[in-house]
Design a protein around this ligand. Structure first.
Ligand code: HGY
Ligand code: MN
Ligand code: MN
Length: 421
């Protein structure tokens, strides 16, 4: 242990973290029994925010929600400088107990430890709205609103609820928020002198290299888009093969081409078709339309953007070769995000002091930290998840690793607040 860094009672913190996680995996906090499923403006999501609010009020934090529902809780009056901790507590539609939620719980534990140990660090906990996009198909929506990386037109019209097709704006108003003031959300981060988000790794580097901690120094950028192929729907039995305009075949060619392009780009570039819809989606009808999503990511900006450009061109050509057309519509994009060297350094120093194995690494998954890192010195802490499984109810992680993460966060924040790092 180096002088000055604190050892916490990790077992006690792990017990509290486990209790929080298991409580939030209960029926009041998920819309599904098969997986954790909670997203903006649902009763289960409201219950989850209220759980955190109850715990933070017990610590004497004041709290509010920004004009669209991001939760903010502070132990200093607004206007005073504070250090930010948090993540998101909404889930993927096929979510696990730990993605996002473990980060907000670890941030809550940092707030508890700060109180118990009488450190009096100035802290602000943030739980960002709609990180997963499970409500409106838009990832990192709450933090992009804070970063003003959306337009009012998108909020009023473009962003539609997956469940009922109504606008984000309408749902926000119905939930009692004031989307007309969405631009004021930028003030959520005004007072932050730094930001740390803890998250499960969602891959298996830490597990396979026997590390308990990852100190994240960069986050992959991404392009989210949709391609729609327009062919002709015909009778599957009566239409000879040479007479068809089968949109499904173009979609199939694009999936294989995306894999080839991503592998060719290298440097960790990845490409995924996760959503696919064939219309009219009937066993005995040639698909006249095929719509599929693109998730293309990488830390090499030119690499992943080149793949997005090339797959859009390929889809057009592949469709034209078969007498069809294809449209490419981008949903959203964020650039690869380098994180703050000083915050990374303080985390590495604290990880060193913890005596536990750690590694500096990139994040392939997107995180809300990307939305604020250009304005707030930020970094992330990863903890292992079993076999890298995530966006699945099989997701599993160890509260003891999150307790270690909370200790490392606390020590790094002490150094950074004291200006020592
Ligand atoms: O998909 C992501 O990167 C994040 O987990 N929503
Ligand atoms: Mn997440
Ligand atoms: Mn996720």
């Amino acid at each position: 242990m180096t002088t000055g860094s604190l050892n916490i009672d990790r077992a006690r913190s792990a017990g509290r973290i486990e209790h929080d996680i298991e409580t939030l995996a209960g029926p009041d906090y998920t819309r599904s029994e098969e997986a954790i499923r909670r997203y903006a403006y649902t009763p289960e999501y409201r219950n989850t925010l209220d759980y955190f609010i109850g715990e933070l009020e017990a610590l004497g934090f004041e709290h509010y929600e920004d004009p669209v529902g991001t939760l903010v809780a502070r132990n200093r009056p607004r206007g005073e400088k504070v250090f930010g901790v948090g993540s998101h507590c909404d889930s993927n539609r096929n979510g696990g107990k730990y993605d996002g939620t473990m980060g907000v719980v670890a941030a809550l534990e940092v707030c508890r430890l700060n109180e118990e140990l009488g450190l009096d660090l100035p802290l602000q906990l943030v739980s960002f709205l709609e990180e997963e996009g499970s409500g409106f198909g838009q990832m990192l929506l709450g933090s992009r609103i804070i970063a003003q990386r959306v337009t009012e037109e998108e909020l009023r019209e473009g962003f539609r609820a997956i469940d009922d097709g109504r606008s984000f704006w309408e749902h926000a108003e119905e939930a009692g928020y004031d989307p007309g003031r969405w631009q004021e959300a930028v003030h959520t981060i005004d007072d932050l002198i730094g930001w740390i988000e803890l998250h499960i790794e969602q891959a298996r580097v830490l597990q396979d290299t026997d590390k308990r901690l990852g100190i994240v120094n960069a986050i992959a950028g991404y392009v989210h888009a949709d391609i729609t192929v327009h062919g002709r729907s015909d009778h599957a039995g009566a239409t000879p093969m040479g007479f068809r305009q089968d949109a499904g075949l173009v979609a199939a060619e694009c999936m294989l081409e995306l894999e080839r392009l991503a592998r060719e780009a290298g440097r960790g570039t990845v490409g995924t078709v996760g959503e696919m819809e064939l219309r009219p989606n009937l066993i005995n009808a040639v698909p006249g339309e095929a719509q599929f999503s693109l998730d293309i990511r990488g830390v090499d900006e030119e690499g992943f953007r080149g793949v997005a450009r090339d797959i859009a061109a390929f889809a057009k050509e592949a469709a034209e070769r078969r007498g069809m057309t294809a449209d490419y519509v981008q949903r959203q994009t964020l650039s690869a995000t380098p994180l703050d060297e000083r915050v990374v350094g303080a985390l590495e120093k604290a990880a060193e002091a913890s005596g536990e194995a750690y590694v500096a690494m990139h994040s392939g998954a997107a995180h809300d930290t990307m939305s604020i890192a250009d304005r707030v010195p930020s970094a992330m802490v990863f903890v292992p998840c079993k076999d890298g499984i995530s966006h699945s109810p099989e997701e599993d992680a160890d509260p003891a690793d999150a307790a270690l993460g909370a200790e490392v966060m606390l020590n790094a924040i002490r150094e950074l607040v004291a200006g020592k790092s």
